[in-house]
Design a protein around this ligand. Structure first.
Ligand SMILES: Nc1nc2c(ncn2[C@@H]2O[C@H](COP(=O)(O)OP(=O)(O)OP(=O)(O)O)[C@@H](O)[C@H]2O)c(=O)[nH]1
Ligand SMILES: [Zn+2]
Length: 202
């Protein structure tokens, strides 16, 4: 059995993803909106939606330490930046997706402790696969990198379009939200400017 990640404010009411409970909830939702969950096309929908949510929220059962396991001492102590990491998360206010890209950079510790490049993208996924707000997603990626790799600095920039702003509500498709979290030496104006120029270069 997977242990749930302790998230501040969460009830921790279940010890593992509760497929039955999720299916029942989707069935109830279909009834509430005026649909018939027993009609042919919807009969398997609660099960499908529940399985989809299990995947979409898989990060609730993962810790960042689970993915930042591979580290190397390469002696490289200058900036490493992976940009345009596709990110899909779910807004915790409306439970609809927000999508875009994340850029994650860090300056390794003097000993040159670095991680595999794919692990930076995996780290983004751990936090993206939870009910989120973009600001928290951004700071969580930055803070966990600082904690685990102990680098001299970190920069995380995330650019997303929120479906809750495009398919409903204010209905402004195309509006992008940009958030950043900058830690350690990357707060220095020149270093930060270097990182930003790499991020915005196309
Ligand atoms: N700061 C922040 N706000 C978000 C994010 N995702 C969605 N929101 C906002 O959360 C707010 C929720 O506002 P409410 O007034 O409680 O909900 P609402 O009546 O559905 O709001 P509208 O979207 O304006 O119709 C909205 O302004 C959303 O745009 C996010 O990642 N960060
Ligand atoms: Zn929303």
């Amino acid at each position: 059995m997977t242990d749930p990640v302790t998230i501040e404010g969460a009830t921790g009411a279940v010890r593992e993803f509760d497929q039955k409970r999720a299916e029942d909830a989707v069935r109830e939702l279909l009834i509430a909106v005026g649909e018939n969950p027993d009609r042919e096309g919807l009969r398997d929908t609660p099960g499908r939606v529940a399985r989809a949510y299990q995947e979409i929220f898989a990060g609730l059962w993962q810790e960042p330490e689970d993915v930042l396991t591979t580290t190397f001492d390469l002696g490289h102590d200058e900036m490493v930046l992976v940009k345009d990491i596709e990110v899909t998360s779910v807004c915790e206010h409306h439970l609809v997706p927000f999508r875009g890209v994340a850029h994650v950079g860090y300056i390794p510790s003097h000993s040159g402790k670095i991680t595999g490049l794919s692990k930076l993208a995996r780290l983004v996924d751990v936090y993206a696969r939870r009910p989120q707000v973009q600001e928290r997603l951004t700071t969580q990626v930055a803070d966990s990198l600082m904690r685990i790799l102990e680098p001299r600095g970190v920069i995380v920039v995330i650019e997303c379009e929120h479906m809750c702003m495009s398919m409903r509500g204010i209905r402004k498709p195309g509006a992008k939200t940009i958030t950043s979290a900058v830690r350690g030496q990357l707060r220095d104006a020149a270093t930060r400017a270097e990182a930003m120029s790499l991020i915005i270069a196309r």
